[in-house]
Write a protein that binds this ligand. Structure first.
Ligand code: 3PY
Ligand code: MG
Length: 252
């Protein structure tokens, strides 16, 4: 059974999936982003954002009610965190620092009910997926979107093996990738690593994603062949908006 996940529909039609990034625990901000024309997914950031699992359920519902897929980025590759995020109705999960095929296999198993995996049963609050309990369980394994972040040289070195695991998306974290490689974002080594990840992902028939902070960056990444790209974040929009407004005011 197919669950009605807007982001899966984007994948099926191979059209550009532009997303927003939510770092603040606010249903109002989540809805504002989700209702922006052109957005098909919102990343709920429980890794570096201020959001915790206490907020997941309401945020997922408001994003899904806007016709957009909520994805949750959890702080680490822990099965219990994956379980809590999925049980709150996320359409998908994003795992930071997915640095080896073994780790990715463990993560994929944590997203699946037995016998395919080890996910525990308790989908009473998965309203944002449009299904609950037995109906949800019957559909979850094949519908939940699994995105793993490629943001470390160990992952780049093993990218061909990583993309063969049961994931849907490789999602590049360009800033961690630069920090962990000890190079500049956009420099020659960084760009070569990004290209290697993109090529391996496309060759495996998986979705290639990358984090961007501006529409200009997103447009360039889509043009390079990426399928799933963020356009900005709530907090960056606030920074930029306040700075731009204050830039018009003299003698402060
Ligand atoms: C990174 O650039 O490291 C990311 O994870 C984007 O949020
Ligand atoms: Mg990162």
């Amino acid at each position: 059974m197919a669950l009605n996940f807007p982001l899966r529909q984007k994948f099926a039609t191979q059209s550009r999936a532009a997303g927003g990034w939510l770092t603040l625990p606010s249903t109002a901000i989540a809805r504002t982003i989700a209702l922006t024309k052109g957005i098909s997914w919102v990343l709920v950031d429980a890794e570096h954002g201020l959001i915790t699992d206490h907020h997941f359920y309401d945020i997922n519902n408001i994003i899904a009610a806007s016709g957009v897929s909520p994805l949750i980025r959890i702080p680490a590759d822990e099965p219990w965190m994956i379980k809590r995020a999925l049980d709150s109705g996320a359409h998908g999960i994003m795992i930071p620092m997915a640095n080896s095929p073994e780790l990715v296999r463990k993560v994929v198993q944590a997203t699946k009910y037995p016998p395919a995996g080890i996910r525990g049963y308790g989908p009473m609050f998965t309203h944002a997926t449009g299904a609950l309990n037995a109906t949800y369980k019957a559909a979850a394994n094949e519908n939940i979107i699994v995105a793993v972040q490629i943001e470390h040289p160990d992952a780049v070195a093993q990218i061909e093996e990583i993309v063969r695991e049961g994931i849907d998306v490789t999602f590049i974290g360009p800033y961690d990738l630069a920090v962990s490689m000890g190079v500049e974002v956009g420099g020659a080594e960084h760009s070569a690593a990004v290209k290697k990840i993109l090529d391996a992902t496309k060759k495996a028939g998986k979705v290639a994603g990358i984090f961007c902070l501006t529409g200009e960056q997103a447009e360039a990444r889509f043009a390079e062949g990426f399928d799933m790209v963020s356009v900005t974040t709530d907090i960056d929009t606030l920074f930029d908006g306040f700075a731009a407004a204050l830039g018009k005011v003299s003698a402060l």
